[in-house]
Design a protein around this ligand. Structure first.
Ligand code: PEP
Ligand code: MN
Length: 264
């Protein structure tokens, strides 16, 4: 089975699925949309590096209410402009049912973040939305695989079968990594569901130096793609600066991704 992203806007269509015929999809971009200059430059450079989709948070689920919360609807408009510039379909997070309409209007794929995997009204809202935008459902901070699959069921049962899972690490006791990336969830999920699974080694490790190796591990485990955070000037990033890669580092991940897929 495969999920097609980008059907309703003027951009590339990208198929995400687990058939061995399909190349893995690399989604990349900044953690947050910070400004027009930052986003347009990032979008162009991730496209040049070989990414097929653009990510960027406009509504940010921050641990502290005093941290940058995202540009909101202004950020959505910038994402649409970046899509127009590059032809890359866009994925961005929606945090509340009341905002599903506006996020679905601008985005090609709706992201449900880790903190909202258990937000059943939000899952129903993205499931029943008439535009049936593909949904990327990230694993909850400490969700079991069964809980994660049941969260996906909420979306499907509400009427939207276009769900992609994203493993982004789970909480544990060790602070050498931000989260523990559960690479084994990929082969386990293949036994349990037809839904495609992506790996997010950026949130999964929390440190840029660990991202490339875990990206390779994810593809080797059979993931249908990757989601990677990229920033031009990581030291200045407003969010998640420790895990941001440069566009050059992204390019080498894209090359590795194709090379590994080739031998699977
Ligand atoms: C994100 O991908 O922007 C994000 C906030 O990740 P997570 O929900 O996995 O923490
Ligand atoms: Mn982030």
């Amino acid at each position: 089975s495969c999920v097609v992203v980008g059907k309703d806007h003027d951009c590339q269509e990208v198929a995400i699925g687990d058939s061995s015929e399909l190349a893995p999809v690399v989604i990349a971009g900044p953690c947050s949309v910070e400004s027009r200059d930052q986003l347009l430059a990032s979008a162009q450079s991730v496209k040049n590096a070989g990414a097929q989709m653009l990510r960027g948070g406009a509504f940010k689920p921050r641990t502290s209410p005093y941290q940058f919360q995202g540009l909101g609807i202004e950020g959505l408009k910038l994402l649409a402009e970046a899509r127009q510039l590059t032809g890359l379909p866009v994925v961005t997070e929606v945090m509340e049912p009341a905002m599903v309409d506006v996020v679905a209007e601008y985005a090609d794929m709706l992201q449900i973040g880790s903190r909202n995997m258990y937000n059943y009204p939000l899952l129903r809202a993205v499931g029943s939305h008439p535009l049936k935008r593909p949904v990327m459902l990230k694993r909850g901070l400490s969700a079991t695989i069964d809980e994660w699959l049941l969260a996906a069921e909420y979306i499907v049962a509400a009427g939207n079968p276009n769900v992609v899972l994203c493993e982004r690490g789970i909480r544990s006791y060790d602070s050498h990594t931000r989260n523990v990336l559960d690479v084994a969830s990929v082969p386990v999920l293949k036994e349990l569901t037809h839904l495609p699974v992506l790996i997010d080694p950026s949130h999964g490790t929390g440190f840029s130096r660990l991202v490339p190796v875990m990206a390779r591990a994810g593809i080797a485990a059979g993931a249908s793609g990757l989601m990677i955070e990229v920033h031009h000037n990581a030291a200045q990033a407003l969010t998640d600066k420790n895990q941001a890669l440069s566009p050059m580092q992204l390019q080498s991940i894209v090359e590795d991704t194709y090379a590994i897929h080739e031998v699977l």
